[in-house]
Write a protein that binds this ligand. Structure first.
Ligand SMILES: Nc1nc2c(ncn2[C@@H]2O[C@H](COP(=O)(O)OP(=O)(O)O)[C@@H](O)[C@H]2O)c(=O)[nH]1
Ligand SMILES: [Mg+2]
Length: 207
């Protein structure tokens, strides 16, 4: 177990900006980073597994969890409920793992209020036409759903200025290394380093 507490990151993006692929690629490189598995009331897409991509629950179950105060944050997004359980993040952070929350701007606001040291990252597509074609190429949703997502993508993007960092996901490898730079540099913050290297510092400062 690391002696340093893990850092908490939020990644937000409009649907189709490539956020999930970036997180997946980053986690492949780093065993000490995890993405939080949210609860949602939306239906699983083909290939999505319960407890891996989301905890898929009914509206009744979701409301029960709200009443039990189990959520760190939750919001209604695209007609469905989404939420991060407290359990999903606390154990990991305590174990020194960096945790990513793939959540929307409403959730980001709640987490910022609760955890001011959270680092927030916003990912945008390189152009509107590229975003459109990415949403179409996914081929898992109806045209109606895609059109609704396109409209909501703009609503999500209008919140870009509430975030600490911004990445333009044009070239995937460039975006990935930019994301990695943000995450790794957080560990080098003096306050984080002082915790990990307290013995060294005590020694260096001793007369
Ligand atoms: N507030 C909040 N938003 C979430 C949570 N989980 C996912 N979301 C957001 O809900 C939106 C829809 O996610 P999803 O159904 O996976 O569709 P996607 O747009 O293809 O990723 C995205 O903006 C996610 O970041 C959560 O636990 N809390
Ligand atoms: Mg998603």
């Amino acid at each position: 177990m690391s002696s340093q507490r893990g850092n908490l990151f939020i990644l937000s993006a409009p649907s189709g900006a490539g956020k999930s692929s970036l997180i997946t690629a980053l986690l492949k490189r780093h065993a000490d980073m995890k993405v939080s598995v949210s609860h949602t009331t939306r239906q699983p897409r083909p290939g999505e597994e319960n407890a891996v991509h989301y905890h898929f629950v009914s509206v009744d179950e979701f409301k029960r969890l709200i009443d039990k105060n189990d959520f760190f944050e939750w919001a209604q997004v695209f007609e469905n409920y989404y939420g991060t359980s407290k359990q999903a993040i606390e154990q990991q952070l305590a174990a020194g793992i960096d945790v990513f929350l793939d959540i929307d701007w409403q959730g980001a606001r709640q987490v910022r209020d609760l955890t001011p040291d959270v680092q927030t990252i916003f990912i945008v597509p390189p152009s509107k036409s590229e975003l459109e074609s990415r949403l179409n190429n996914r081929g898992q949703d109806s045209a109606e759903v895609i059109a609704a997502r396109m409209a909501k993508a703009q609503a999500e993007m209008s919140h870009y200025d509430e975030y600490d960092y911004m990445i333009i996901n044009d070239d995937f490898d460039t975006a990935l290394s930019q994301l990695e730079t943000i995450v790794l540099s957080q560990r080098l913050k003096q306050t984080n380093q002082a915790l990990v290297h307290h013995t060294l510092l005590a020694n260096l400062l001793q007369d």
